[in-house]
Design a binder for this molecule. Sequence first.
Ligand code: PLP
Length: 397
Amino acid sequence: MTIYADNAATTRMSQTAIRAMLPYMDQIYGNPSSLHSVGQAAMEALTEARTRVAAALGAASPREITFTSGGSEADNQAIRSVAVWGKRKGKTHIISTAFEHHAVLHTLKKLEKEGFTVTYLDVHENGLVTPEQVEAAITPETCLVTVMYANNEIGTIQPIRQIGAVCRKAGVLFHTDAVQAVGHIPVNVQEDNIDLLSLSAHKFHGPKGVGVLYAKKGVILSNLIEGGAQERGKRAGTENLPGIMGMTAALEEAIRELPETMPRLTQLRDRLIAGLCEIPHGAVNGDLEHRLPGNVSFCFEGIEGESLLLLLDDGGVCASSGSACTSGSLDPSHVLLAIGRPHEVAHGSLRLSLDRDTTAEDVETIIRVTRQVVEQLRAMSPVWRDLTDGKRAFVIE
Ligand SMILES: *Cc1c(COP(=O)(O)O)cnc(C)c1O
């Protein structure tokens, strides 16, 4: 039996989401832009989905919801849109953090080449930035602050509401990549003072390839994709109606179940952290309190993350070293470096992300297998030998 503990990379679709999609593949298959009855039935469903998604996020109006191909597109469009507006107004400064998802970081890097200045806030050792840091970085040229709601590698939850309040006061637009937060913790765009928000269905048991860009009334979006007049002219292309219906159902289900899943996952997470803490010279990454219910992130000294993952997989545990996007590259995670882990320690990282299917028994198995595998790898590691021989100093006690 395989234990899937990589839900931050993607999740298994829920039966509710699958069932919600099926009618839109073979019965209500029309193009919402068609004027005939088959198309209009599809348009009705699309309109209903937009209303339901707006309600689930606490948005003021369905007009604030744009359907996209996922989190990456929503991040790109959010940042690009504000940049276009900012440039026109002579505001070319953006504030972000050093540990954003690459969909945000790479968009910002491109904007820097186009003449924007970006301040990347230092992330504290506990994996958090503060509203005070944001406030101190704002200048009259700042057009946008973009800070992720919850980090995809270390699971830390930022003080989004307070950061949003700082931005409101300064008259700066605030975007948050909430891909890891929506469906996992309560998120409300109005209460949280958010102007733009990105989410992705496949991170909360919905289908892949569909997401949402929330943009508060008054925020002007620009297109990444030109073409037809879909999504009020802001995102061309025939709408992915089955995906949108599946996402809507998955979103409502995840939010409905939060009062049950959050405490249960928190308990499993804390047991898993406690079990892994017994491995010597290992340490948890990120704050223990402001943390996603299902996220466990560790660094172990004297081992190499890739081999750890392969052996865990042999032992029936699917995990990740951090981000699915950095796997295959030899660079250590930018997130772990941002919280001050030295290179050699960041290489020995492990992320376990649980979901509502995870059982207490799974957690015990993960602890047992991880302990075995870490021991096995250390027994073969020249770095570990140097550490235990005293030729190199331990970083983690
Ligand atoms: C997965 C993820 C994304 C990208 O979403 P896709 O739908 O896969 O494009 C963006 N940001 C964060 C924090 C993520 O975890």
